[in-house]
Write a protein that binds this ligand. Sequence first.
Ligand code: DX5
Ligand code: ZN
Length: 220
Amino acid sequence: KKPVLIAPSLLAANFLELGKEADMLNRSEADWFHLDVMDGRFVPNISFGLPVISQIRKATNKICDVHLMIEEPEKYAEAFKNAGADILTVHYEACPHLHRNIQQIKHLGMKAGVALNPHTPVGLLENVIRDLDLVLIMSVNPGFGGQTFIEQTYHKIAQLRQLINDNNGHALIEVDGGISAENAGQLIQAGANVLVAGSAVFASENPEQTISGLKSAAMA
Ligand code: DX5
Ligand code: ZN
């Protein structure tokens, strides 16, 4: 069976206990740390930024998967590299010069991802798909944790899988928003590789066990 990666989103963590939350994730079957950066401009919410990510970097050896929900991400790409990002994902909708942004991220030595809002068609990536290491399909409108999963996502994943195959691409498909053990299996079946989960993990009684449950559900 193909590997399934689980990326808990720290947006739903207890920020007063970030060190403990990181230790929990380190012990868990989590593959990546998903770090949601919001600027109050591209999305109607503000989360956390560089200083928090630098501290998280020191607390883990796992992959730091940084999801930028910000305008003009090119201004900050180098700073996020220096803060310890392994993967840097920018939004299609925030990047009039997307090709240049992707090259910049790769030149800085990070894996490059592009995120698509729920209304953005996957076909718009046709001419950059071969350059991408990751495509993040938003399964909620970005800005907040704890929202309801959008069912149309399954169709988009299948379309993206087709686009990647047709173009001999290597991008992983990551899905973000409203994910739990309920839909994890169907998302992987549709063609996803990486599942982000925020509230499902951190609002649960035993987050470590929830992560392993997510992984089993995804692989079932
Ligand atoms: C939303 C963020 C997500 C969010 C997911 O804008 O990109 O990563 O934390 O949270 P849940 O899993 O609660 O929908
Ligand atoms: Zn995210």
